[in-house]
Design a protein around this ligand. Structure first.
Ligand code: AP5
Length: 222
């Protein structure tokens, strides 16, 4: 099963993608995580992307598209993938269609998580994760069971993203509305586009996505 999760920064794409990975045995492909790995490794892509990401703007399409090209057909994607954070512009969506065509793949569903802008800043400003295993937490809504200890791996080491501050979130939202929201009608016109209430509690959002996926119309009349 091949999916796209769309939505503004903080909508819950990463949270839901990780849950769907486990539920459906498919692989999360998060362009933000891929870029942060490039930055950490000090690669040429990372050096180009670092300042752009810190400003809240989008990294140029050609860098992202080149980075994604071989990823979709990786062996870990044999059972399918969940795109989280890609595509983010109409040229990226068009490039994805071409990549899928060339690989003989297609999308099963494009799911938009709908969340009010006002909720997003609080969600992002409260977010942190385990530095060892990447498990996600939130100061208010998802704290560790034992304070200061990761529920998943037991590490005591937590990190916050450099772009998770109120100023950068405002810039990321501007970029979302100007450059990413225009891809919603692009996918609506293609069919297999679904909207889910991302304001609901996390478990309810997952359940709504599961319902969408369980009731997908058959492909090509089959
Ligand atoms: P990226 O890493 O993709 O960040 P983003 O899209 O801004 O999304 P986030 O990761 O901030 O949010 P999310 O929707 O995953 O929410 P999460 O589940 O963590 O991109 C970062 C940067 O990289 C971009 O700004 C850009 O510069 C660059 N980039 C990346 N991809 C690119 C591309 N394709 N083209 C160009 N540039 C690109 O949840 C957020 C918080 O809310 C968490 O704390 C979570 O616990 C909590 N939460 C989640 N769901 C709920 C819920 N239902 N109720 C209450 N709290 C919730």
């Amino acid at each position: 099963m091949n999916l796209i999760l769309l939505g503004p920064p903080g909508a819950g794409k990463g949270t839901q993608a990780k849950l769907l990975e486990t539920l459906y045995g498919i692989t999360q492909i998060a362009t933000g995580d891929m870029l942060r790995a490039e930055v950490k490794a000090g690669t040429p892509i990372g050096k180009q992307a670092q300042a752009i990401m810190a400003s809240g703007a989008l990294v140029p399409d050609e860098i992202i598209i080149a980075m994604l090209r071989s990823r979709l057909t990786g062996p870990d994607c044999a059972a399918g993938f969940i795109l989280d954070g890609f595509p983010r512009t109409v040229p990226q969506a068009e490039a994805l269609d071409q990549m899928l065509d060339q690989a003989g793949l297609s999308l099963d569903a494009v799911i938009e998580l709908k969340v009010d802008d006002a909720a997003l800043t609080d969600r992002i400003a409260g977010r942190f994760s385990c530095a060892q295993c990447g498990a996600g937490y939130h100061d208010e809504w998802k704290t560790a069971l034992v304070p200061g200890v990761c529920d998943v791996c037991g590490s005591h080491d937590f990190v916050r993203r450099a772009d998770d501050n109120r100023e950068t979130v405002a810039a990321r939202l501007v970029a979302y509305h100007a450059q990413t929201a225009p891809i919603l009608p692009y996918y609506a016109a293609q069919g297999r586009f679904f909207q889910v209430d991302g304001m609901a509690p996390m478990a309810d959002v997952t359940r709504e996505i599961e319902i969408v996926l369980a009731t997908l119309p058959p492909r090509d009349g089959k």
